[in-house]
Design a protein around this ligand. Structure first.
Ligand code: URA
Length: 210
């Protein structure tokens, strides 16, 4: 079992994440940065996607060239904050299918409760990228991936903006086969299940609801 964690330490990603963390960053800037950082994350996430050789014709001659193998990728957004990463990813993967998983965190138990789940057809032939900006307790991510696995996709990857040791441990205890892609592993969780130092409530900051 691999328990892979890909730390994305590209300077552009780190710079944008620092701007997002700052408490005086406006909703507009936060949203724009989420968009920009998602494009860069998508580049890293797709680095080792399976390829297939296809016959094409250039204006000059026929050739064999490479394309991503299999059916279109699925971007599975964990509502609502995952949607903040969707547009940027779709800019790089414009033909990707989009699935949504609605989970809320019970404020007392901090457990994930599902209220919505919609994925495309033919999941057996698809590679899934699960989007959630914060890997905090790990409970939502675990529940989302458990539910996704029941649809039998070819592969699953998980991407976030900020993670912490507790979240990574819990996630990989349940899903050691699913790699995590994250630009940051922060110190830990506070008493309310927020990542510290973190960036606050990602959903509120993306949608301007606080
Ligand atoms: N969800 C967030 O939006 N932020 C955290 O720090 C933890 C969970």
């Amino acid at each position: 079992m691999s328990r892979d964690v890909h730390l994305i330490d590209h300077p552009l990603v780190q710079h944008k994440l620092t701007l997002m963390r700052r408490k005086d960053t406006s909703t507009k800037s936060f949203r724009e940065l989420a968009h920009e950082i998602s494009i860069l994350l998508a580049y890293e996430l797709t680095r080792d996607m399976p390829m297939q050789e296809v016959e094409i014709e250039t204006p000059l001659e026929r050739m064999t060239s490479r394309m991503i193998d299999g059916k279109k990728v699925v971007l599975a957004s964990i509502l609502r904050a995952g949607n903040g990463l969707l547009d940027g990813m779709l800019q790089v993967l414009p033909a990707a299918r989009v699935g949504h998983i609605g989970l809320y965190r019970d404020p007392v138990s901090l457990q994930a409760v599902e209220y919505y789940f919609k994925m495309p057809q033919d999941m057996q032939e698809r590679d899934v990228i699960v989007l959630d900006p914060m890997l905090a307790t790990g409970n939502s991510a675990v529940a989302a991936v458990t539910r996704l696995k029941a649809t039998g996709p070819r592969s699953i990857r998980f991407v976030c903006l900020v993670s912490c040791p507790e979240g990574i441990r819990t996630f990989h205890e349940h899903h050691p086969d699913v790699p995590i892609y994250t630009p940051a592993i922060d110190r830990g969780l506070n008493d309310h299940g927020y990542i510290v130092p973190g960036l606050g409530d990602a959903g509120d900051r993306i949608f301007g609801t606080k």
